[in-house]
Design a protein around this ligand. Sequence first.
Ligand SMILES: O=P(O)(O)OC[C@H]1O[C@H](OP(=O)(O)OP(=O)(O)O)[C@H](O)[C@@H]1O
Ligand SMILES: Nc1nc2[nH]cnc2c(=O)[nH]1
Length: 179
Amino acid sequence: MENDIKEILITKEEIEAKVKELGETLSKEYQGKTPLMVCILKGAVLFMADLVRNMDIEVEMDFMAVSSYGKSTESSGVVRILKDLDTTVEGRDIIIVEDIIDSGLTLSYLVEMLKGRNLNSIKIVTLLDKPHRRKVDLKPDLSGFTIPDEFVVGYGLDYAEKYRNIPYIGVLKPEVYSG
Ligand SMILES: O=P(O)(O)OC[C@H]1O[C@H](OP(=O)(O)OP(=O)(O)O)[C@H](O)[C@@H]1O
Ligand SMILES: Nc1nc2[nH]cnc2c(=O)[nH]1
């Protein structure tokens, strides 16, 4: 599996240090509150699991699954909810946890939808941000790493459902796409 990786962009150690820092920042920001951490499946699962373990305040967790129609490496902007939240979000402080923001289409749709549910507050934390690819005006409140316009895998991120369990963020060799 790791033979398919051309280049390591962010090491396991760099991810660990950054997730610790993000967890500490969120703990300070939400001191005295119990935010509802909303993980966007599936890519953000590993980040969510590590992030909450680096927070020393009470949190609740919930999960949403969305599907964006389109090519395997490109988001189309048409978002379908496959699994909605189990929790009632009225009056809650929501932290959306994402692995990557690319075009921003997935999150801009989700944030607008959630804002319609009478939340107290909503913030976005993403591990990775590709700002050059943005198609809508969407900025994360907290971001781990800004990365160049390359398709990355590992630490939850997949290509055709594979490579999610690689412990670092890497770029695939071009021949992997062409088969
Ligand atoms: O900013 P955008 O261009 O909308 O792209 C970002 C979205 O794409 C990825 O999810 P994906 O649809 O690949 O699903 P997955 O997390 O289950 O792999 C990622 O987890 C974001 O949700
Ligand atoms: N795996 C993966 N999914 C994405 N979704 C949007 N951008 C990316 C990316 O670079 N890698």
